[in-house]
Design a protein around this ligand. Sequence first.
Ligand code: DQQ
Length: 539
Amino acid sequence: NSMLSWQRTAFHFQPEKNWMNDPNGPMYYKGWYHFFYQYNPKGAIWGDIVWGHAVSRDLIHWLHLPLAMVADEWYDVKGVWTGSATILPNGQVIMLYTGSTNESVQVQNLAYPADPSDPLLVDWVKYPENPVLFPPPGIGAKDFRDPTTAWLTSEGKWRITIGSKLNKTGIALVYDTVDFKTYEQVQGLLHAVPGTGMWECVDFFPVSNKAENGLDTSFNGPDVKHVVKVSLDDDRHDYYALGTYDEKNVKFIPDDLENDVGLGLRYDYGIFYASKTFYDQNKGRRVLWGWIGESDSEHADVAKGWASIQGIPRTVALDKKTGSNILQWPVAEVESLRLRSDEFKNLKAKPGSVVSLEIESATQLDIVAEFEIDKEALENTSQSNEEYKCGTSGGAAKRGALGPFGLLVLADDKLSEYTPVYFYVVKGSDGHLKTSFCSDQSRSSLANDVDKKIFGSLVPVLKNEKLSVRILVDHSIVESFAQGGRTCVTSRVYPTRAIYGGARLLLFNNGTEATVTASLKVWQMNSAFIRPFPTVQRN
Ligand code: DQQ
């Protein structure tokens, strides 16, 4: 439907048509990044799930390949569900995935490349003796899915974890194997958190406390922390916690019980689910993929013929300055799409003002911005015990002493549509500043069948740090990273006027007491090549 085509993104990964959900089995193999994904070849809604496949040299430009796996065995006929890749030290690729059987039982299956010498890994073989794992006693037949990448134990075995639940407690089961065909369940659980419900798409990986580079999944040692990430089926968000992996007792020990998995930190406070990392041995980094669903109506998805995109892959590292959160940042390769840029230095935005930024076009942007609150005004601002919450405090329309201020993206000339990405600072009764980082969709579209929530959370700001944000704008997606990626917020918005040449970018300050000085660089972004698989013409 051409009427809806402006919503299609230009540099985010998506299939040519139909429904997509979770990222699956990401890896780097023989010079190519491989990306698999949950895909419905039959329509723009979830169902009939198989594995789509695409390859890239740089995580930005993609070549679609034929479906990697379809639902053609009793053990996956109701869905070839989410799974992960493990690359063995000899280069061999192991794929483990969940199948929904003819009786809707969730089982784990093994698959491998038919021809390991093919760098594109076009053809896949399912192990003839699948399934390799059934739900263990005491676990529901429909609560056993999404095997992780395997890591090596000190005994030299391979270990995986699989998410499940016991009543309302989310749990991570553990299995050891030497050949990926037979498995031994390890007593106990890697981790469990009461009240969090079913854990989907568990991810478990090390991050370095010292080095800048990412770590192979099997890496462990004194300067390492571990991350457990779960996708909570009950609230559809990806939560993580930092902690220690006690290998001997096969336990994850969270650093901070209040921020245990599923209770505190999220990868992203907007739309971002079923994410998965992989270790990129090409560049020595850990890369995160996350599924960004639609928030328009199912009817609209069917009309436009496609649904969902993937976020720009993000590098993940421990934030060594705070020690208590990770940092996520768009992979450096996205900068290869940067075209012409405009720079704005020390723009002053007075309380209650909007400043329009003259740029060529505003639908495909990479924005880097810094903000400083006027020092004198900051000192003079009285203390308060206001509890500002992005989601419930009135969004960018709520005026406080020190905010909201930030950018209006995907705005039209008349400001009948705009999406504020902003900071809101509160000077607490102890004199300390508390900073929220939010993305407000409430005025993002004149359409009424789209979700208009306000997203965001607190962001740690250290002494002498300016407030900073990076924003990727791509037609119907706004991905925002505050303070170097400490707090991230992804919005899906569906403007009807702020499209093509009608889109604008503005600076705003809706605070009442302080002038804000902003410096920005704004790049126009090229479109990525996302090419169909060539079909051979025969006469
Ligand atoms: N999506 C898959 C499941 C997974 C869920 C099915 C998460 O394997 O638990 O499409 O979005």
